[in-house]
Design a protein around this ligand. Structure first.
Ligand code: ZN
Ligand code: ZN
Length: 374
């Protein structure tokens, strides 16, 4: 079938993207689902920093690539062998498909699925297939999803069925921002009630961590960013104290205000400087969590003495250490009961044709979570 899709022709275009137009909305040929695959009618897809990292080349991927990895939609057609979904089911897409058989999957860590990571790196579905074509060749899939499109053919293993009562524009957030941000707190950090928590980097993912820390019963929630308007928004969402990362003595300020640092510092900004700040404000015995993905060339200086003598922990968190089929329905229930108000992060609803301008807003820090509606 023919579908309208936003395709990244090559990486490294210079902003403003409204002028350089790295994403070209065009008609592609989409194959029907093969064995173990599903055709989904995409209802809503979010603009995420991980898309931006492919556009600017920080996360190199093969091009041309149909972007978009945070989405929700409705099952349209089932491929051979898919017998646990039905046409009309509402689904959230998950941007690492899990094979269910590799060592990581067997250990209950599907976010680290090895065939899933290999397929994502190659720009294929889990089966190895590319289901998107145009005259001149195949178009790569982005993280097994490619959801900036009216329809997507994806692996069954990229989907989680959800409660159909949830509006699909809200549901899309649960595929990346909520899964990553909430999971960093409750899965990676296992933050207990009464803990002190700081979040560094207040984009969509970081603000989900902030909301999760509050929901988890943290006694103290600190928010840190470069932008004053984001700090103000964090206070509206319930942050108890905010600090500007532009202040050269930000680390000293936080340590002073928190009696020696926080027990959990969560880096969601994607820069080495932010990670160093996070480590600097973690107290003795505390845990620093990083999920922000600085550019691959980045390195960090770390004193091993502090790790040992202060029993510090530094942990990476990928997609919130998630088990999607367990976590997405749980987080949706928390949202629907009012304890995780992630709808407050939805800043704009846009059309597919406005997507380059949308990435300008994201790049400039002027939007939290924008959603393309189909
Ligand atoms: Zn994302
Ligand atoms: Zn696996």
């Amino acid at each position: 079938m023919k579908v309208k899709s936003a395709v990244l022709e090559r990486m490294g275009a210079a902003p403003p993207y409204g002028q350089s137009r790295p994403l070209v909305v065009q008609e592609l040929e989409l194959d029907p689902p093969g064995p173990g695959e599903v055709l989904v009618r995409v209802a809503a897809a979010g603009l995420c920093h991980s898309d931006l990292s492919v556009i600017n080349g920080d996360r190199p991927r093969p091009t041309p690539m149909a972007l978009g990895h945070e989405a929700a939609g409705i099952v349209e057609e089932l491929g051979p062998g898919v017998d646990d979904l039905a046409r009309g089911d509402h689904v959230v897409m998950v941007f690492v498909p899990s094979c269910g058989h590799c060592v990581a999957c067997a250990e209950g860590r599907p976010a680290l699925c090895e065939p899933g990571a290999a397929a994502n790196g190659a720009g294929t579905l889990l089966s190895g297939a590319r289901r998107l074509h145009r005259s001149g060749g195949d178009v790569h899939h982005h993280l097994g999803v490619s959801a900036f499109a009216e329809y997507a053919t994806v692996s069954r293993r990229s989907l989680v069925r959800i409660d159909p009562e949830l509006p699909l524009d809200e549901a899309a957030l649960f595929g990346c921002a909520v899964l990553t941000g909430v999971g960093a707190v409750v899965n990676t950090g296992r933050v207990p009630a009464g803990a002190s928590v700081a979040v560094i980097g207040l984009g969509g993912v970081g603000l989900c961590s902030l909301l999760a820390a509050i929901a988890a019963g943290a006694r103290e929630v600190v928010a840190i960013d470069l932008a004053d308007d984001k700090l103000a928004f964090a206070r509206q969402l319930g942050a108890g104290a905010t600090f500007s990362a532009r202040d050269p003595d930000c680390i000293e300020q936080v340590r002073e205000a928190t009696g020696g640092g926080v027990e959990f510092a969560i880096e969601m900004a994607g820069s080495v400087r932010a990670l160093e700040l996070a480590y600097g404000i973690t107290r003795r015995g505390g845990t620093t969590i990083t999920a922000g993905l600085p550019p691959p060339s980045g390195t960090m200086a770390l004193s091993p003495v502090s790790l040992v003598a202060e029993e510090r922990t530094l942990k990476g968190s990928y997609i919130g250490t998630c088990v999607p089929v367990r976590d997405i329905p749980r987080y949706i229930q928390l949202y629907r009961s009012g304890r995780l108000p992630v709808d407050r992060l939805l800043s704009e609803r846009i059309r597919l044709e406005e997507i380059n301008e949308g990435f300008d807003r994201l790049h400039e820090g002027k939007a939290i979570r924008q959603i393309v509606l189909f």
